[in-house]
Design a protein around this ligand. Sequence first.
Ligand code: HEM
Length: 561
Amino acid sequence: MATPDDRGSWLLYLSLAAKCAGEQPYRLAGFLAVCAVAFVVTCLLHWCFPGGPAWGRWWWTRRLGAGAGGGATAVAAALPGPRGLPVVGSMWLMTGLAHRKLAAAAGSLGARRLMAFSLGGTRVVVASHPDVAREILSSPAFADRPIKESAYGLLFHRAIGFAPYGAYWRALRRVASTHLFSPRQVAASAAQRAVIARQMVGAVKELSAASPGRRGGVEVRRVLRRGSLHSVMWSVFGRRYDLELDPARESPETRELRRLVDEGYDLLGQINWSDHLPGLACLDLQSTRARCDRLVPLVTRFVGGIVDEHRARNHLRSAPPAVVDFTDVLLSLPADDRLTDADMIAVLWEMVFRGTDTVAVLMEWALARLVLHPDVQARVHDELDRVVGPHRAVTESDTASLVYLHAVIKEVLRMHPPGPLLSWARLATSDVHVDGHLIPAGTTAMVNMWAITHDPDVWAEPTEFQPERFMGSTEFPIMGSDLRLAPFGAGRRSCPGKSLAMATVAFWLATLLHEFELLPSPVDLSEVLKLSCEMAVPLALAVTARPRQAVQKSVGVSVSL
Ligand code: HEM
């Protein structure tokens, strides 16, 4: 389908072709040859422009419009950026470790503040400077997100993360902020996190005992992922599971859910060529559509089944349930706000999805850093001994006093932001100026948080792990007001789960470190960028129990493994 931008090109081909007078069959051959040459010339003209073909196409269209007296807007000065290849642009920049490639390209082109590039036919800008990042993230013109085929296929356009900015999105955010992420709700779910923390401690002990003498024996990722999944399942669905690492003993429901989450995670994390080269969409070369089509009925059956159970249970009850989970909340919304079943499934599924990986990924990086920096670990242990002591377990309220642990978490977020490109991009809904440049409506905007947190002009010795940098007299805010470190984004579409995430990570890390000493063992800090930026080689922990007294008994939680 021709977009308005394409119309100029097609008019050009047709008028050239009309000039091909001659006898049959030469007329047809001439027509095709002229079209082919015109197509190649157009591609080259578009490609010549800084930022590559998508920017070139926009620029020429604007210029022709302005030249014909139709364009009131002056043609903007070009933003610096790589041209990439004709037609596909700089698609390769988004493969592999995209945050590093984009940072290197921006550095070499002197485009740290704002760089333009093309992903096929998609115009993209990326900011690697805190001031420009703030302009983008807090501007109402960027309150939307570009919707990927996979997000659409997985129904995420009906959930908070990808819903278009408007009344529906606002209503969802309001409900989630009040009933899942408010300080009161986060505090109310502390007991659930405490149970899971004890289960994780038990699981690490069990795995460690199963590999005696093996240094670096506990692959902690499995424990963290399951702990996070169970935590989110508990608050969202009211489902409580034991943390079972043996697949043979794991409940079929958790096994199924893990499979669904892993598949969705993979689909959303990949770069899909059809999103940027619409001509390829019908071919579904990466099987994205086919995989989404297979996954959605499974998710609908799984989550829909839980919704139906809640409905049936609430129907039988005369009084409201004592413990309310997020599914109950959605079911009890007043008629005006009530969601359809399909929308409810999308919202619940997204929460499970978003809440699982980010927390586990951040914790794995934090543990890796603590293995690599025994001096930092010793300071965390000292703080725990001072605040908690050896005779009782950590409680979530202790974490407010664990100032150094918070500094460690901030430093881990700085060095290894789980969303180095802030996970999901923004979309310009109208023409807007950023850093003095005109950014046309329909442009995708990204913030390279990784580049900002590794910029020597922003952070002293950015490649050094130094939690002490956050131990100044004033607290460094990381929730979006200071763009030098905003791992949860900023503005109206910033992460609504940030307080819950920070409470969970601080408490679970404190519990694991209170219980264990992490022994020196090999750590590979290589990254792999999926939906989040993970450790490419799973961390294998060697642990030893710290000298403590009967903590399990003091919290009275039985660990079932
Ligand atoms: C360490 C943990 C986490 C990190 C680093 C993180 C990071 C992010 C980032 C960078 C964004 C995009 C922000 C923007 O565009 O400005 C985001 C959005 C979002 N996050 Fe998180 N997140 C975390 C945990 C969570 C949790 C636990 C949940 C829910 C259970 C959650 C739910 C969401 C949702 C629903 C959005 C979409 C918001 C919208 O578009 O309005 N996140 N997150």
